[in-house]
Design a protein around this ligand. Structure first.
Ligand code: NAD
Ligand code: UDP
Length: 328
């Protein structure tokens, strides 16, 4: 049985990856410190013979007994609101955490895949974004803590690949959504759905003409799975190229939920990218992958998930663990 370590396992993407690798018959070692994650995302796996959970902050030295075949490094705050609240932890998990995990991968001779992001392109001047575009990032802006951590993460991963011959993979993930996102994480989909479920107005930032391209989680997981098992070592975009303005998206949510009031406009956060769409030619060619889930279906599934959450989840404004971690 192949053994895989998944960091960020109690988060949105990490927990779906745990499900997938359990389903594929792997032994999954899941690791998280719950800074933005939730025990509930993995509670259905607890007790399985091929699942173990370790509470650990990956910015500290990681000790793991026995052999290891693969590492998926997904630990990192991922929402702009989260990483503005915990900027130092965000830089540390991208830099120190990745360094620790690369060291572990080298010691175990394991293949390591890192979760990079479309944010490495910053506010892109090339559209759609191809992997050979170097990006347009404000290093000292508020989003720089995330963007630069991820850019460093890519660099150190390639250095381990080139210098130590480590087997590495880099996925550049574009906005992905689905069940188990945190309602109060500030990302646009849980934000709009939360507002709709509370019967509030939807807050569109700026004039809503900025664009995003939303990928359903099952498609994302399939892309990551294929990349891990491929022999492709350069970064690869995984996302859904179907681009939409945030204003159009708010209108879709109003239609879908039937409960939101109207759109209200708020200031556009600093350095909020004005456009984003993945060029997925490489993923199509190399991984024979493309997204299959329409936004209509993906959003229906996601809305139905959020509707089942207990009412009190709708009124939590921040993550319960931030305070505790900021003190450290
Ligand atoms: P998430 O916040 O739901 O999950 C991140 C998880 O990492 C959480 O469970 C958190 O507790 C854990 N974590 C953070 N710091 C840690 C540390 N120091 N030690 C151990 N665990 C730690 O976010 P997500 O959307 O699931 O994102 C997962 C990964 O995918 C992140 O690396 C993110 O940058 C990347 N990504 C996600 C998206 C997206 O659209 N969801 C887009 C681009 C990149
Ligand atoms: N956004 C918005 N209203 C909200 C939350 C987000 O208009 O309540 C916008 C945000 O400014 C950005 C887009 O939605 O242009 C996507 O934001 P998100 O935080 O989901 O991810 P990003 O792609 O910016 O990392």
């Amino acid at each position: 049985m192949k053994k895989i370590l998944i960091t960020g396992a109690a988060g949105f993407l990490g927990s779906h990856l745990c499900d997938r690798f359990i389903k594929e018959g792997y032994h999954v070692v899941a690791m998280d410190n719950f800074i933005t994650g939730d025990e509930k995302n993995i509670e259905h796996l607890q007790g399985l013979d091929n699942f173990e959970f370790i509470t650990h902050d990956v910015t500290n030295f990681i000790e793991l007994q026995g052999r290891l075949d693969y590492i998926l490094h997904f630990a990192s705050p991922a929402s702009p609101i989260d990483y503005l609240k915990i900027p130092i932890q965000t830089l540390k998990v991208g830099a120190l955490g990745t360094h620790n995990l690369l060291g572990l991968a080298k010691a175990k001779n394991a293949r390591m895949l890192i979760a990079s992001t479309s944010e490495v392109y910053g506010d892109p001047l090339v559209h759609p974004q191809t992997e050979n575009y170097y990006g347009n990032v404000n290093t000292i802006g508020p989003r720089g803590v995330y963007d630069e951590a991820k850019r460093f993460q890519e660099s150190i991963t390639m250095a381990y690949h080139r210098f130590h011959g480590l087997e590495t993979r880099i996925v550049r993930i574009f906005n992905t959504y689905g069940p188990r996102m945190r309602l109060n994480d500030g990302r646009v989909i849980p934000a709009f759905i939360g507002q709709a479920l509370r019967g509030e107005d939807l807050t569109v930032f700026g004039d809503g003409s900025q664009t995003r391209s939303f990928c359903f989680v099952d498609d994302q997981v399939e892309g990551i799975y294929r990349l891990l098992l491929s022999d492709y070592t350069n970064p690869i975009n995984i996302g859904n190229p179907h681009e939409i303005t945030i204003k159009q998206f708010a209108e879709e949510i109003i239609k879908l939920t039937g409960t939101a009031q109207k759109i209200i406009y708020r200031d556009l956060p600093q350095d909020d990218p004005l456009q984003r769409q993945p060029d997925i030619t490489l993923a199509k060619t190399i991984l024979n992958w493309e997204p299959k889930t329409s936004r209509e279906l993906g959003m229906k599934i996601t809305y139905n998930y959020f509707k089942t959450l207990p009412k009190e989840a709708l009124y939590k404004s921040k993550h319960k663990n931030f305070k505790e971690h900021i003190k450290k």
